[in-house]
Design a protein around this ligand. Structure first.
Ligand SMILES: Cc1cc2nc3c(=O)[nH]c(=O)nc-3n(C[C@H](O)[C@H](O)[C@H](O)COP(=O)(O)OP(=O)(O)OC[C@H]3O[C@@H](n4cnc5c(N)ncnc54)[C@H](O)[C@@H]3O)c2cc1C
Length: 410
């Protein structure tokens, strides 16, 4: 299937974020020619200011094993064995503390907490090992023209390339999504999440603590420890105004505030890293593939950062695309056909919608001042605290993507 024409690629990926890179490495295993495009130069893709950690669940870890790069991630990460949920809403109806433990599922850990910078540098370092992947960085698609059985893409440097399938992995403001004329539904929340890491002098252990506050969760995620002291990543949702204020606090005041909210569980805080901020939204698409364009990662779905779902969903998207591509290679059929577009949307719709709705419900149940909603939330947590069966069911739902398991996640 590999094309010999220099400007002809079987598949073009727009976006070299975590999901675009995973997609490129999965597809690189086949005998096809791939191009990956990103407006940033390579140094900017790998050198991120973002100091937050991402919890990669077992299904995503299986993809890393399939790619043969799991060990490279393992050495940079910390396992997540327990998740404590603490009701810190200070409301009249307060829920009990709930602990989810990986050993209730007979597994060693739920996820690996990996620094965002390590994810990008490790994935990027793999690209040069694949001669069938061309990196067109510092570049982007300016124009897309549909042809009878392919597309012509004009890049910002003037190069025109031809392909049968464009994979949009270009994030929240996806250009690929616009080229495909795919409509989105956007729900903006009155919150901004702050994400950053800091050092401290008391170990949290291999567990995350999620304080549920009235403006959203405040989640401490243990990181792999540096030589001296300990290190934790924090994801903290607040109103837009408070988030802006907190971001600009002098560091000693910020350390004091973190300690106050978390009841001093991490001890003395030092070296607070760069604070990234993310206005929260829930965005979903009317379809996930159309006119030879398939959307993956945040180009396809944005969720509030509750339950560590976003990037894990993106891994699932990339793994499903990989199976569809492999099938079209085996059957010598058109990888950009309407049938492939329909199959992709069908295989992703339920998983993406279910997780979108669940994270929306969890988020609004925290923000709501409506007493019956607060009661329902409290009751839900109370029942989870009492029932191992319920906890196990919830953990299984959170960890395992819905629908068919793709080859790289078996
Ligand atoms: C605070 C916070 C905590 C989170 N924690 C977790 C977690 O623990 N677990 C989890 O699973 N998920 C988590 N997420 C979600 C996760 O961060 C995202 O799902 C993931 O980073 C999205 O990756 P992506 O590659 O799809 O998009 P991006 O990272 O946005 O990458 C998009 C890429 O496209 C490029 N691009 C932009 N414009 C163009 C263009 N015109 N042409 C080509 N390329 C373009 C960009 O330069 C970038 O490289 C969290 C999110 C937040 C906000």
């Amino acid at each position: 299937m590999k094309n010999s024409n220099i400007n002809q690629y079987d598949i073009v990926i727009s976006g070299a974020g975590s999901i675009g890179l995973v997609q490129a490495l999965l597809l690189a295993k086949h005998d096809i020619k791939i191009a990956i495009i990103d407006p940033k130069p390579l140094e900017a893709i790998t050198k991120v200011d973002d100091t937050r950690n991402i919890a990669l669940m077992q299904s995503s870890l299986k993809v890393l094993k399939y790619l043969g790069i799991f060990d490279k991630f393992y050495t940079k990460s910390r396992p997540l064995k327990k998740l404590h949920i603490v009701d810190a809403t200070n409301r009249l109806l307060r829920a009990p503390e709930v602990v989810f433990s990986a050993n209730e599922l007979d597994i060693e850990y739920f996820a690996l907490n990996v620094p965002m910078g390590a994810i990008l540098t490790t994935l990027c370092a793999e690209l040069p090992k694949h001669s069938n992947v061309t990196c067109l960085f510092n570049n982007k698609i300016e124009k897309l023209e549909q042809q009878t059985s392919s597309m012509a893409l004009t890049l910002s440097d003037g190069l025109v390339i031809n392909t049968k399938l464009l994979i949009g992995a270009d994030g929240r403001n996806s250009v690929a999504r616009k080229f495909a004329n795919i409509d989105i539904t956007t729900k903006l929340y009155p919150q901004t999440a702050l994400g950053f890491a800091f050092k401290h002098d008391r170990d949290l252990g291999d567990f995350s603590v999620e304080f549920h506050r009235k403006n959203g969760p405040f989640t401490l995620i243990p990181m792999q420890n540096p030589e001296k002291g300990f290190q934790t990543s924090l994801v903290w949702s607040e109103s837009h105004q408070d988030a802006e204020r907190i971001k600009n606090l002098p560091k000693p005041e910020l350390a004091e505030l973190i300690n106050k909210i978390s009841n001093g569980i991490v001890g003395k805080i030092t070296e607070i890293g760069y604070i990234a901020s993310f206005p929260l939204a829930n965005i979903h698409c009317s379809t996930y593939a159309q006119d030879r364009i398939i959307l993956v990662g945040e180009a396809a779905h944005i969720l509030p950062p509750i339950g560590a779902q976003g990037m894990n969903l993106g891994f699932q998207d990339a793994a499903i695309v990989d199976d569809l591509v492999l099938n079209s290679i085996k059957t010598d059929s058109d990888v950009g056909s309407d049938l492939v577009m329909k199959q992709y949307t069908k295989q992703r719709k339920m998983d993406i919608n279910t997780r979108g709705k669940a994270t929306d419900l969890l988020n609004i149940s925290l923000l709501s001042n409506f007493i019956p909603m607060q009661f329902a939330r409290g009751m839900g947590l109370f029942m989870l605290q009492k029932s191992k069966t319920m906890r196990v069911k919830i953990m299984q739902k959170a960890l395992h993507p819905l629908g068919r398991t793709p080859t790289s996640m078996l």
